[in-house]
Design a protein around this ligand. Structure first.
Ligand SMILES: C[S@@+](CC[C@H](N)C(=O)[O-])C[C@H]1O[C@@H](n2cnc3c(N)ncnc32)[C@H](O)[C@@H]1O
Length: 274
C-alpha cells in the first residue's frame, strides 16, 4: 500500500532522514521498556501467549517481546513496507519460527477472527483516523478474553521540562496542529479509555508510565527529544525558522543548567474482549 502525505506518520518524513528516525525509535524503546514491560505483565501478558503487535515499525519492541517471552509467538504488523523489511532483516533468525511479519493496515489486518491472546498497539493510535474502528478490528482478531494494551502519549503531559521550557511547548503545539491536518492526534492519550469502551472492550483501565533523566541520564533524552523533529516541522511549513532558532537557543540554555530535568510520560490503556 502506498503511504501518501495525508498520513501523520511516515518514517522517512517524520525526522530529517529515515536512519535518524529509526535511531530515535530505538532509543525511545530503550528508555521506556522497563516501565512498559512491567505494566504489560501486570495487564496479563504472559510467556506462551500469542501476541499481535500493531504498528510494529522497525521491530524494537518486537525484539524485546521475543526475548522476554521465549515461548510466545509474535505477529508484527505495519503498513510501511520499508519498516517491515527492516524488521524482517534484523529479526531474520526468528522468522518462520516464533515471528510472523505482515504488511497491512490496522483497519484491515487480514488476520483470522479469534486468533490472539494479547495485542499491543504502541505509538500508532496517535497517527490514525477513526481509532474506534481500529480497536474494533483488533477486537475481532483477539480470542474471547483476549487483551489489548494501547500505549500512546498526550501532548499536555508528554515531555515535562524542569525548569519549564515554553519554547519546546510552542514547537510541540505547532507540530500537534500540523499533524492534526494529516489525521494525527497528539492528544490521543486522554481518549484511550473511551476508545476501548466504544469499541466494545470490557474492564478498561488507564495507567501512566514515566521515564526521566535523573534515572537514565540527560544524554539519551537529548536524542529522544530530537530537535531534528522540529526541523521537519519547519520544512512542512508548520513553524517558522525563527521559532525553531528560538527553541534551539532556549534548549541549549536548558541543557547547560546543572539541575535540568526531563520527564517522559505515556498512557497505557487496557481492555478485554468479552
Ligand atoms: C511512531 S511509529 C511507532 C513504531 C513502534 N510501535 C515503536 O513504538 O517503536 C508508528 C508506526 O505506526 C505505523 N502505522 C501508521 N499507520 C498505520 C496503519 N494504518 N496501519 C498499520 N501501521 C500503521 C507506522 O508505519 C509506524 O511504523
Amino acid at each position: 500500500m502506498t503511504i501518501t502525505s495525508t498520513v501523520s506518520y511516515e518514517a522517512n518524513d517524520f525526522n530529517s532522514n529515515l536512519e535518524r528516525e529509526i535511531k530515535r525509535l530505538y532509543l525511545q524503546a530503550e528508555i521506556m521498556w522497563k516501565q512498559e514491560s512491567r505494566n504489560l505483565r501486570w495487564f496479563g501478558l504472559q510467556d506462551g501467549m500469542s501476541v499481535l503487535e500493531l504498528g510494529s515499525g522497525p521491530g524494537f519492541i518486537t525484539e524485546k517481546l521475543l526475548s522476554l517471552f521465549p515461548n510466545s509467538s509474535i505477529t508484527a504488523l505495519d503498513i510501511d513496507p520499508v519498516l517491515i523489511n527492516y524488521c524482517q532483516q534484523r529479526l531474520d533468525n526468528y522468522l518462520g519460527n516464533r515471528l510472523t511479519v505482515s504488511t497491512a493496515s490496522i483497519f484491515d489486518t487480514g488476520l483470522p477472527d479469534n486468533s490472539f491472546d494479547f495485542a499491543i498497539a504502541r505509538l500508532i493510535f496517535q497517527h490514525i483516523p477513526n481509532p474506534v474502528d481500529a480497536a474494533k478490528e483488533i477486537r475481532r482478531v483477539l480470542k474471547p478474553g483476549g487483551k489489548l494494551v494501547i500505549t500512546d502519549h498526550d501532548d499536555e503531559i508528554f515531555f515535562i521540562h524542569e525548569p519549564p521550557l515554553p519554547e519546546y511547548q510552542m514547537m510541540s503545539e505547532k507540530m500537534r496542529r500540523g499533524m492534526a491536518t494529516r489525521n494525527g492526534n497528539r492528544r490521543i492519550g486522554r481518549q484511550l479509555w473511551r476508545i476501548l469502551r466504544d469499541a466494545g472492550f470490557q474492564n478498561p483501565e488507564l495507567e501512566i508510565i514515566v521515564s526521566h533523566s535523573d534515572d537514565q541520564g540527560m544524554e539519551i533524552f537529548t536524542q529522544v527529544i530530537d530537535p531534528e523533529l522540529f526541523s521537519s516541522v519547519v520544512k512542512k511549513g508548520w513553524a517558522t525558522e525563527e521559532e525553531m532558532q528560538n527553541y534551539l537557543r532556549a534548549n541549549h540554555e536548558f541543557l547547560s543548567m546543572p539541575d535540568s530535568l526531563v520527564l517522559l510520560l505515556w498512557l497505557m490503556a487496557y481492555g478485554e474482549k468479552p
